[in-house]
Structures are given as structure tokens and as C-alpha cells.
Design a protein. Sequence first.
Lengths: 313, 313
Amino acid sequence: MQQGAGKPVLLVALGGNALIEKGQVGTMEEQFENLKRPMAQIAALSQTHRIILTHGNAPQVGNLLLQQECCNAVPHLPLEILVAQTQGQMGYMLESTLDTAIMESGLKSTPGLVSLISYVVVDENDPAFQNPSKPIGPSFSSRKASNLPYPTQKTAKGYRRVVASPKPLTVVEKREIRKLIDMDFLVICCGGGGIPVVREGRRFCGVDAVIDKDLASAKLAEEVGVDIFVIATDVDGAALHYGGNHQKYLRAMTLTEAQRYLKSGHFPPGSMGPKVEAAVEFVRHTGNRAVISSVRAIKDAVEKKAGTEVVPP
Amino acid sequence: MQQGAGKPVLLVALGGNALIEKGQVGTMEEQFENLKRPMAQIAALSQTHRIILTHGNAPQVGNLLLQQECCNAVPHLPLEILVAQTQGQMGYMLESTLDTAIMESGLKSTPGLVSLISYVVVDENDPAFQNPSKPIGPSFSSRKASNLPYPTQKTAKGYRRVVASPKPLTVVEKREIRKLIDMDFLVICCGGGGIPVVREGRRFCGVDAVIDKDLASAKLAEEVGVDIFVIATDVDGAALHYGGNHQKYLRAMTLTEAQRYLKSGHFPPGSMGPKVEAAVEFVRHTGNRAVISSVRAIKDAVEKKAGTEVVPP
């Protein structure tokens, strides 16, 4: 008998801001403190749901890149290894904070808890590789940038390294993750969108890229058969005219509306855009629920009391 | 029904030298290349055994420490976070190399494959905390060392940071690991001896320490009920008078002999000593087989054709 059978499967994708809030430098103390609130909600939800937890890693992988740039005494590591390092770091931080939350809450049943290394296959012919556009890591002066061994782009913060952000095709560990949630394990995985790899014959090879963590989470949610997909971020949901006089948070939008709003520029790329795209992808493929909500309101979002729901058709 | 039932459970503890061989600087290419041989053996053994794979992290965590020392632009991370980062890095390297080996070998049945973050509880009153003795990371001049915010010790390479190496009490994820091997998952875990934590009431808190990976592996092997414990290193086994004219590799030794040889200094601390201690601990608690062998001869060691076996009484 499958122990978790009957409980709906919930995937929560945590934004990087769950660990580092605006105005913070991101010390370990701050990150552990910030994690307490979302983890208490996840602990409570584990009584009624089988749960998969994914997370971003932008500030953490940026810090590792910056350290590499400073130091020539050790061999520089390719980007996918840095992503793997942040999966270790953040997997531990999430798991131990959640462990504490579960113990402190005195819950009746405590799920098995695992943090998995995950890698995600991308297409080596993905057009994103011809047009690297995702800025990562430290900023440089124009002169320094022109001497770097990789492409850079001028951003508001100066010149920054840009990498490809190809589409996730499949999560390598999807069968394992499905088996684990069927046994009512709570699974932390796909950190930072997963370690990007391409398939070369029978081999997996890492590539210099960063996969969008919300798109990777949507792919995983589809592949393992998730019932509810929550994207937790630092705002209450998706809004029309965000930041303007007519700003209006949406409680729900249909797939058709979501695609229209995306086209008309309501949801900027690199911000709310990929979150809405990820929700749309998931709902379009499964017909199940997707909600974009604040990190503070994950439980309310699951209970239909908060966030922006994307619904068919 | 438990899928893995009937197959004996094997735990292989891989030395750091499985990834970086003598004379190499430790580029990613070298490390991936070196992993192919042990991983091909693990793939073959997965047909007849349920397998847990643990590994060291000394050169990798040393590199991360060195990077931190170079760079003041990002907050310095405590040691347990660096250990967590190496679990991510090496978990990915081992898993993807093993994945490739399994695919290339055309095996009949392919096990589920997961790399887990693992933390290991130590006693905050362990005497090791009063006497930090394990050198890690870069070496410094005497003047630089005296200005560092942590204890250092003079070593053959100059002054180096020393940290406590407390005894492992329990692996936090032991129940999860047991369930996974019962389902015939191949589990990579306890990297670098595990992320060291102490329990404070209901909370787990990381501590600045490095747990010996062979002792942590012995504890895990005991806790999950392993049948065969293989410690894979860069020599063929344990030897009397190692490096001397009368050097003699042992094919087997009893617990009593092992303890006598340890006392009389045949197995130096920081080298063969902890491996023999780990094998002794495991055999003493379980009465099962422990073998110390070369990384090249893991399969032979399991099949009693190579290595040094520690046997009761």
C-alpha cells in the first residue's frame, strides 16, 4: 500500500526572497530566521498534503561566483557545479529549519524528510544558448568586462556576466521523486532550477546555464502529477499595472486572460513574467490548480484564501 | 512488498582520492575521469546488492575555505555550510557519473538513484571541541596565523586552521535512508562525514567541526543495518610496518588483532588509523563484514578477493 495515497500532492516553489529579504545582506542568521515562517506553514500543510519543495538560488550562486572571481588560488568551477553547491547549502538550510518546525509544532504524523540533488535536462540546440540573456554574479567595469572569458551585458548595476537560460525538458530524478512522495516523504529538490545538463548519447554533461526555477518546478509538477502548484514570492500575487496608480491584484485569471496580460506587458520578464508563464504551463498541461502568492501566505493560498489563481480554460 | 528485500546491503565509503589522485591539481575533468572506475564497479554491484555510497570531501572543502579567505566581498559562511556545499557538488558528480555508468553498462535492472543531504549529530560536550586537532584549508605564515579569528596549528605545510573532529552520535536521515534502500534505491549520502550539528532542545544547530567520514559511515552502517561495509582508499588495505622494509599487507585481522595493532602504532592517525577504527566499530556492534580496500578493487573486496577484512572476535 502506498502510505501517502489519498493526500493531494502539493508543490511549493520558494523564491530566493524567502531567505534574503529586501535591505538584508544575507548573513546565515538572517537566512535561517527568514526561513522560519514559510517552514512553519509547510510543516502544518504536511498533515494534509504530500509535499515537494523547490527553491531559487540567485543570491547564493551569485556569491559563489563572486568568490571565484576574487580567488585564483584554486581551480575555477563551471557554473553547474556552483548550482550543485547551492543545492547542498540550501537543501541543508531548508531541511534543518523544516525539521525544527516539525518538531516544535508537535504534529501528529511526521513525514520522512529528504533533500535531493537534482539535475534537469536541456536541449543543446535551445536558442537560448545563442542568446545568453540572464545576468548572474558580480558587476564589472566596462574595461574589466571586455577581458573576461565569457559574454557580459550592460545592466543597471554595471557589466555583468550573462548566461543562457534554456527551457527545462525533463527532471532526471522524476521517477525517484514520484516514488518518494507516494511513500509520504517530503521532498526538497530542484534547487536553483536544477543543475543544467545535456544528454550526449548515454552521458549527461553539465552546461553553463541557469534554468528558471519556476519553469523547472512547473515541469517537475507536470511530470510527477502534482495537484496544486504554489509559486511563493515577495508580493501578494500577480497584479495589473504593477507599481502604477491603477495597480490591481488579481485573485484569479483564466489561461486565456493570463496569456493576454503576458502579451500586453503586465508581467515583466525576469520578475512576474516567468511565474505566470510557469503557472500557465502547468495548468495547460494538467488542468490542475496553480497559485502565485506571498511567502507569508502559502497556507492561505492552498486554502484558496490568498494569491492569484490561474484556472482553465 | 519491499522491492530490495533479499539483496544484501552494502555500504561503500569512498576516499577523497577517488576524485583527486596523487600529483593532480583536481580540475573537474580529472575528478570526473577518476570517478569512472569506482562508479563502474558500483553499477555492477547494484545488480546483487542494495547500496549506500558515502564519500570524503577534504580537498573540496579546503578549496571553498581558501576561496573564502581570498574574498571579503561576500559574507563568510560557517564551516557546516561549506560541508553542505560539498555535499551538493560531490553528490552531483557521483550521481551523474554513476548514472552514466549504469546506462552504459546495459544492466538488466537499474536502481532508483538519489543523492541526499545528510546531517550528523555530535555531542556539544565532546572533548574534541576543547582540543581542535584536524587541520583543514589553506596554510598561512606564522604572522598571518596569529591574526586569524580561529585556532591554528603548525603543520608540515605551515600554519593551518584546526577544527574539532567530534564523534558521530547519529545520522539524522537514518530512517529515510533505511526506507530508501528497502525500496532498492541506491543512496549517496553522508558526504564529508555529514554536516555536523548539535541538538539544542528541539532545534538542530550547525557547529564548526569536521566529522571523520569513515566513523560517520560506520555509524550509519550500524544504524541502518548494513551487511558489508567497504572502506575504499588509495592503498590495497591495512599493512603492518607500512612504508618500511618489513611492510606486509594483511588479508584479514580479528577485532582483537586490529585493536592491538592500533595500540602499537601500525595504523597512523589521520590516515589508516581512523579506517581501522571505523571497521572495528562496525564489526564490534554488528558482527558483520568490514573490508578496507583500494578504490580499484571495491568489487573484489566485496567478493573476498582483495583488501583487509576485519572479522570477529
